[in-house]
Design a binder for this molecule. Structure first.
Ligand code: ADP
Ligand code: MG
Length: 329
C-alpha cells in the first residue's frame, strides 16, 4: 500500500494503472503497469516534455529557439514510435499504444519481465558459451530485421537495452548444459533467468535509432538523385555500428567485463579508436577459438571488413552445435 502511494499518477494515463518502476533514463521513466482495457501487463515509458512548461513556453532557451526545440523534441519521440511500430519482430520490443498529454508522451510496450541482460550478467558474473549463443542469435535476428526489413540502425545496442522475456522453466537437463558445471558446484546456479526461465530476448530503446533506408522507394533516405556518395556509403557504415556493439555485448557476456575500459575517458576513446582490446588471461583461457574468432571479426576497426549480421549468423560458432531452447508448452 505504502509503495503504491509513492507511485506517481499522470494526467492522461487513466487507461493504465502504474504498478512499479522498471527503469529510468535522463528524460524517461519506465513502469510496469496494468492496461485496464485489456487487463494485460505492459511496460510504459513516460517521456517528459521537459523543454516545455505548463504554458507551452520553452524554458531555459532563447525565444527564437522555442519553436524549433518543440518541433525537434516531437520529431525525436515520433521517430522512436515510428521505428517501434514498423519493426514487428519477436526479438524487438513491440509498441502497443502511444498517447500524450500536455506534459508527457506515453509509450505502452510489451512487458519484458526478465529485465536487462546487464543485470543478468552482473548476477551470474559471466555466461556459458551456450547461453551467450542463445542470446546473441536472438539479438542478431532482431538487428537483421531492423537493418534489412526496416532500413533502420539502432545505434544504442548494449546490455541495458537488451531485455529478457521469461517463459516457463526449461527442463533441468537442458539448463544444465547451458551453465558451467563449476558454477553449479559453487552454488551460483540459478534455475532460469529473471526468475521465469530462459526465453525470448528482445532489443529495446529505439530512442537513438535512425531510419537510413526508405523501404517504399528502395533508396537511401533523402532526395533521390541528389544523394551524395558518402550518404549511400553511410548506409553501410551506420549498420556496422550495431555490429561493433554486438561484438562488445558478446565479449562482455562471455567474460563479465567489457572489451574496452579505462577510468580516463580520453584514454578509453584512444583504445576504442585503435581497437585495442585483448582476450585477457585467465578469464579467456577456457573460451573457444570459434567464439574469439567471431568477436575478432566484429571488433574490427575497418568498418568495411567488419562482419555484417548475415555473416554473424553464418559463423561456425553460431551454427555449430547450435542448441535450441524451446519454451516448454
Ligand atoms: P532510456 O532511453 O531512458 O534508456 P529505455 O527504453 O532504454 O529508456 O528504458 C529504460 C529501462 O527501462 C531499460 O533499460 C529497462 O530496464 C526498462 N525497460 C524498458 N522497456 C522495457 C520493457 N518493455 N519491459 C521491461 N523493462 C523495460
Ligand atoms: Mg536505454
Amino acid at each position: 500500500r505504502l509503495r503504491k502511494r509513492r507511485l506517481p499518477s499522470y494526467a492522461g494515463l487513466e487507461r493504465f494503472e502504474i504498478m512499479e518502476k522498471l527503469g529510468d533514463g535522463a528524460f524517461s521513466i519506465v513502469y510496469k503497469a496494468k492496461d485496464n482495457e485489456t487487463g494485460k501487463l505492459v511496460a510504459i515509458k513516460v517521456v517528459r516534455k521537459h523543454e516545455i512548461d505548463k504554458h507551452g513556453q520553452t524554458q531555459h532557451l532563447h525565444p527564437s529557439m522555442k519553436k524549433k526545440t518543440r518541433a525537434t523534441e516531437r520529431a525525436t519521440i515520433m521517430k522512436e514510435v515510428q521505428v517501434m511500430q514498423s519493426g514487428k519482430h519477436k526479438n524487438l520490443v513491440q509498441l502497443l499504444h502511444f498517447s500524450e498529454s500536455e506534459d508527457h508522451y506515453f509509450l505502452a510496450m510489451e512487458l519484458c519481465q526478465g529485465g536487462e541482460l546487464f543485470h543478468q550478467i552482473v548476477k551470474m558474473t559471466y555466461f556459458s558459451e551456450d547461453l551467450a549463443r542463445h542470446v546473441i542469435i536472438q539479438v542478431a535476428h532482431g538487428i537483421r530485421h531492423l537493418h534489412e526489413e526496416c532500413g533502420v540502425v539502432h545505434r544504442d545496442i548494449k546490455p541495458e537495452n537488451i531485455l529478457f522475456e521469461p517463459i516457463p522453466i526449461i527442463p533441468s537437463k537442458k539448463i544444465k548444459n547451458m551453465f558451467d558445471e563449476d558454477k553449479m558446484d559453487e552454488g551460483q546456479f540459478q534455475p532460469g533467468i529473471g526468475g521465469g526461465g530462459i526465453g525470448l530476448v528482445k532489443i529495446a530503446d529505439f530512442g537513438l535509432s535512425k531510419v537510413i533506408w526508405d523501404q517504399s522507394t528502395q533508396t537511401p533516405c533523402g532526395t533521390v538523385g541528389y544523394t551524395a556518395p558518402e550518404v549511400v556509403r553511410d548506409q553501410r557504415y551506420s549498420k556496422s555500428v550495431d555490429m561493433w556493439a554486438l561484438g562488445c555485448v558478446l565479449y562482455t557476456m562471455l567474460c563479465g567485463f567489457p572489451p574496452f575500459y579505462d577510468e580516463s575517458i580520453p584514454a578509453l576513446t584512444q583504445k576504442v579508436a585503435k581497437g585495442q582490446y585483448t582476450f585477457l588471461s585467465p578469464w579467456w583461457d577456457p573460451i573457444s577459438d570459434a567464439a574469439k574468432d567471431l568477436i575478432t571479426h566484429l571488433l574490427c576497426v575497418d568498418a568495411d571488413r567488419r562482419y555484417t549480421v548475415d555473416e554473424v549468423l553464418r559463423h561456425p560458432w553460431i551454427t555449430k552445435q547450435q542448441q535450441h531452447f524451446e519454451p516448454v508448452p
